[in-house]
Design a binder for this molecule. Structure first.
Ligand SMILES: [Zn+2]
Ligand SMILES: [Zn+2]
Length: 453
């Protein structure tokens, strides 16, 4: 509920715009049910959260560096989650560990008015990549969210509504059962959230409407029959042949789908010895597309390739979606504009025309299709071509530019939360844009939207 009464916590800094009722506790409001606007000194609140981030800079950098030096992969981020949650707890913010049944997830509630809506969620990630460490810079994401949370703690008694800092594990799809945010969405965590914001390190500072790719992951298991490969091949049913046929069928399929589609895989098992007809072989694919709707069509065709390969070879097919699907992100324009303005207000050059193409997938997609959301990218290197998930990107995530980007992100997140909680119009507009974007993603045209408006 976006109330039209001033919250009890808002004091002295309130100022009336329209005709007055009686002043009370420094808050002047028109009678219940009529429209009034409450002006809090937003500028001052933002200044205070930025100063708070600066005051804690050393502590935040130390934590970011520590996590960078001690990478843990998805669902095993025991030390990172403990450190991040610990920073909140030592500053008097209660933290629940094990959110949505995940040991390394957490939920921290800020302020005395913790049960109040509206509620803004600031999302932390802290998982690393196997063999590469923090090649995606999640050490900076985690600390930026904590930095924003600690800064907001200082002003939250003066804000209507509440803030959650959510520790979301296993964003990288490299870990089994990854997609911490998907699990949280499925557990209903975001039913109690009005907007979700986060930061991701990048090679450009840009807050854009560019969508991440929707992604799903499948494993296909072919069961055949073993036989002596020379002595009695006619007795065998070759499971490796099924995998090879499927691999080739997918290669052919790639040309007949939209250019935004990505289908990429690895062979998990291809037999035990060359003199045995393999009775078992398996292959894993990730499938991606610009939107979840088209991806569903692609998935049907990928499964058909597997079924065809099984039929051609006589194998029995089993398949499994081995991780939750990541939906495409649906960046919210209203949140985008707030975040951009806030970053610019502290002197950050934000270029919302991205110069570099290439997209991945994120479990933030699922969040952004449940509640209005935005993920801001802030450059941690000047080398535009630096690929994500690389040694160079990992080095950037541990560099001084990376650390500064994290602090800037903490400020941007905190300031945007201040905006969202002090002006209910922003959340109303963000929600309206969200509803429209969702209808559009389901194929409702602009004309239909206008007709129903
Ligand atoms: Zn990544
Ligand atoms: Zn990442």
């Amino acid at each position: 509920m976006l109330g039209d009464r001033p919250p009890p916590g808002v004091r002295a800094i309130a100022e009336i715009i329209q005709s007055p009722a009686s002043p009370r506790d420094g808050v002047t409001a028109r009678p219940w049910g009529t429209t009034y606007r409450l002006m809090v000194d937003v500028k001052k609140l933002k200044q205070r959260v930025c100063e708070a981030v600066d005051r804690r800079a050393a502590e935040l950098i130390e934590t970011a560096d520590w996590i960078h030096a001690h990478p843990e992969i998805g669902h095993q981020e025991v030390e990172a989650s403990k450190r991040l949650a610990g920073m909140l707890e030592t500053n008097g913010i209660p933290v629940e560990m094990g959110t949505a049944g995940m040991a390394t997830a957490f939920k921290a509630e800020l302020g005395d008015n913790k049960h109040e809506r509206p509620r803004v969620a600031i999302l932390a990630e802290y998982d690393a990549l196997p063999g590469l460490g923090h090649g995606c810079g999640h050490n900076l994401i985690g600390t930026s969210a904590i930095g924003a949370g600690l800064a907001l703690k200082e002003v939250v008694p003066e804000l209507p509504g509440s803030i959650w800092v959510l520790g979301t594990p296993a964003e990288e799809s490299a870990a089994p059962n990854s997609g911490g945010k998907v699990h949280m969405v499925n557990a209903g965590i975001f039913n109690d959230v009005d907007a979700a914001i986060m930061f991701h390190p990048g090679t450009e500072t840009a807050v854009t409407l560019d969508r991440s790719l929707a992604a799903r992951g499948f494993e296909f298991y072919f069961h055949g029959r073993a036989a002596h490969a020379a002595g009695a091949p006619e007795e065998g049913i070759n499971a490796l042949d099924a995998v090879v046929l499927m691999y080739n069928a997918i290669s052919v399929l790639r040309q007949q789908v939209r250019s935004d589609v990505r289908i990429h895989g690895i062979i998990l098992s291809g037999g035990a010895a060359a003199n045995i007809i393999p009775d078992y072989a398996a292959i894993r694919y990730r499938t991606r597309a610009d939107d979840s709707e088209y991806l569903e069509e692609v998935v049907q065709r990928v499964v058909a390739c597997a079924e065809g390969a099984a039929r051609a070879t006589g194998c029995k097919l089993e398949w499994n979606e081995y991780m939750p699907g990541y939906e495409n992100t649906m960046p919210n324009k209203v949140l985008l504009e707030l975040m951009t303005a806030n970053l610019r207000s502290i002197g950050v050059t934000v270029n919302n025309e991205r110069r570099r193409s290439g997209r991945g997938s994120t479990d933030f997609g699922n969040v952004s299709r449940r509640v209005p959301g935005i993920e801001a990218r802030i450059a941690i290197t000047d080398v535009l071509e630096t690929p994500g998930h690389s040694v160079e990107f990992r080095e950037a995530a541990g560099s001084d530019q990376g650390r500064q980007a994290m602090l800037v992100a903490a400020k941007g997140l905190a300031m945007t939360a201040v905006d969202l909680l002090t002006n209910p119009d922003y959340l109303k507009k963000a929600r309206a844009v969200f509803d429209e974007d969702l209808l559009r993603s389901r194929g409702v045209t602009s004309r239909e939207l206008r007709r129903n408006a």
